[in-house]
Design a protein around this ligand. Structure first.
Ligand SMILES: NC(=O)C1=CN([C@@H]2O[C@H](COP(=O)(O)OP(=O)(O)OC[C@H]3O[C@@H](n4cnc5c(N)ncnc54)[C@H](OP(=O)(O)O)[C@@H]3O)[C@@H](O)[C@H]2O)C=CC1
Ligand SMILES: O=C([O-])CC(=O)C(=O)O
Length: 271
């Protein structure tokens, strides 16, 4: 059974630990880590059949086969390279961290040199299978429009920098329009899906992003539009937000668990 270390004990980390604990995935959670001891303890408390240790990411990197990052872009920047250097696989949820082309290239080369894998789940969006297949030929445009309730955008650095007060927004309002590269920096906890789409398609600079703050909705809605040699694709997903963290959709946690199932299964389905 593969040994897993989980960095980040918030919504997604908890769901991953619960899934492994339930036996749904043939794996062992070796260790967990969070800035907050309270959050790590809360995870330990809800596990029934296993009891991982609380340990530092450095110890996980020495002891585990796979590290799952479900914490923040900072955690990716800090731990992805050391894990790859040690031949340890990593699953990354804070995908926006990969927008820096130098970091991405170094990570790719380091993982290749040390036979480690980087796994990026589809996260809170759908359509990555079709987009990846379409990207084998020419793509002319890829765009993502993300619509979130006010609580799903609170605290975003871009809004703070631009002096946009979400409390003033009474109707659906376009608060950002630009490249995926800019979006994942300005909204690091809100649009990792745009990073994933960039990596599947035409990159961070060419992927167009619109973010709408919408006080009339309760879901996190992502709309993907792609055109290219293959034809046209349009996908819309209306995600239930996590009750614990309104920024993140339930599907993101399910997709991490599904990726874990794929990693541990001899049969691989889909692109
Ligand atoms: N790929 C995708 O489609 C999606 C990606 N995400 C991303 O996945 C990540 C996890 O999401 P979610 O579980 O909802 O987030 P939560 O905020 O619920 O949990 C993250 C936890 O990790 C902690 N943390 C942050 N940085 C570090 C670090 N360097 N070391 C240790 N602990 C750390 C946080 O602490 P504190 O609160 O103190 O910062 C928090 O307790 C986020 O970055 C989120 O943006 C979310 C949804 C979709
Ligand atoms: O969960 C979502 O709907 C999207 C999200 O937060 C992200 O991509 O970071």
């Amino acid at each position: 059974m593969i040994k897993i270390g989980v960095i980040g004990c918030g919504f997604i980390g908890t769901q991953i630990c619960l899934a492994v604990d339930s036996g749904a995935v043939p794996a062992e959670i070796f260790g967990i880590f969070d800035f907050s001891d309270e959050k790590a303890n809360a995870v330990l408390k809800c596990l029934k059949s296993s009891s991982p240790v609380k340990c530092s990411p450095e110890i996980m990197i020495e002891s585990c086969d796979l590290i799952i990052e479900c914490a923040s872009q900072d955690a990716v920047l800090k731990y992805a390279l050391p894990a790859a250097e040690n031949g340890v696989d990593m699953m990354i949820l804070s995908v926006g961290a990969l927008q820096d082309p130098d970091f991405y290239e170094t990570l790719e080369k380091t993982a290749a040199a040390n036979h480690s894998k980087i796994y990026i789940p589809s996260g809170a969006i759908a359509g990555t299978d079709g987009l990846k297949a379409a990207a084998v030929a020419n793509l002319s445009s890829v765009s993502v429009t993300t619509r979130k309730p006010i609580s799903g955008l609170a605290g975003s650095p871009y809004l703070i920098e631009k002096g946009i007060d979400l409390a003033d927004i009474q109707e659906p309002t376009l608060v950002f329009e630009g490249s995926a590269a800019e979006a994942v920096v300005g909204f690091p906890k809100n649009v990792n899906v745009c990073a994933t789409i960039s990596l599947c398609g035409i990159g961070f600079q060419k992927t167009a992003v619109r973010i709408i703050a919408d006080p009339t909705i309760s879901e996190n809605i992502h709309e993907l539009e792609v055109s290219g040699d293959f034809g046209r694709m349009k996908m819309i997903i209306e995600n239930r937000p996590s009750p614990q963290n309104p920024k993140s959709s339930y599907l993101a946690a399910l997709s991490a668990v599904s990726t874990l199932k794929k990693i541990t299964s001899p049969i691989q389905i889909g692109v």
